[in-house]
Design a protein around this ligand. Structure first.
Ligand SMILES: [Zn+2]
Length: 182
């Protein structure tokens, strides 16, 4: 559990209305979590906390960049992060049970009497969710400095071989016999 002070918001003392928080997240932030499959994270997280009388809404805006390994050629691939996530937080007597039973993933309960909101785990989760499932450079980008040239050569070779197979297709060979018939 990451309970560093800067990621702990004392919401009880907040006035009703919108409050803004900004966080700069780098690789150090992830030391407290399991190992990551990205590096050089330079993320900005803007949190807009709207305090209402009986609940709070949290809007996380994730921006910035990080580097992943391309799934196809395994070279370093820079990614832009841009995503936003909304959470509604309510106080509940049996928060733990409520969280277990809640089907809406954007709904979260904290125990009544709680005074601080721990947001590090959300930041961790949302940065990870901002990364696409399939991390590959596009074919066009394979010319760029971030992609492995040999992978591109291999793809090129494969498509040439495919064309050659079509050329040698026996159906066409068979038809060629009729060419000299007239
Ligand atoms: Zn690649």
């Amino acid at each position: 559990m990451n309970r560093r002070r800067e990621y702990s918001i004392p919401f009880v003392g907040l006035k009703p209305g919108v409050h803004e928080y900004n966080y700069s997240i780098d690789d150090k932030f992830f030391d407290d979590f399991q190992s990551q499959d990205f590096k050089n994270c330079k993320a900005n997280v803007k949190l807009l906390l709207d305090k209402k009388s009986t609940f709070m809404t949290l809007k996380f805006e994730i921006g910035g960049s990080l580097e992943v390994n391309c799934d196809r050629c395994n070279s370093q691939l820079p990614l832009e992060l841009w995503d936003e996530f909304n959470i509604t937080v309510k106080l509940a007597e049996d928060a733990e049970l409520m969280n277990e039973q809640e089907e809406d993933p954007d709904m979260y309960y904290i125990p009544q009497g709680e005074s601080h909101l721990e947001i590090a785990n959300w930041i961790y989760e949302f940065i990870n969710l901002s990364i696409p499932m399939h991390k590959v450079c596009t074919y066009e980008n394979m010319n760029g400095p971030h992609c492995n040239k040999s992978a591109k050569e291999m793809l090129k070779k494969m498509s040439t071989e495919e064309k050659e197979i079509k050329k040698e297709n026996p159906i066409w060979k068979g038809l060629e016999k009729f060419k000299d018939l007239d």
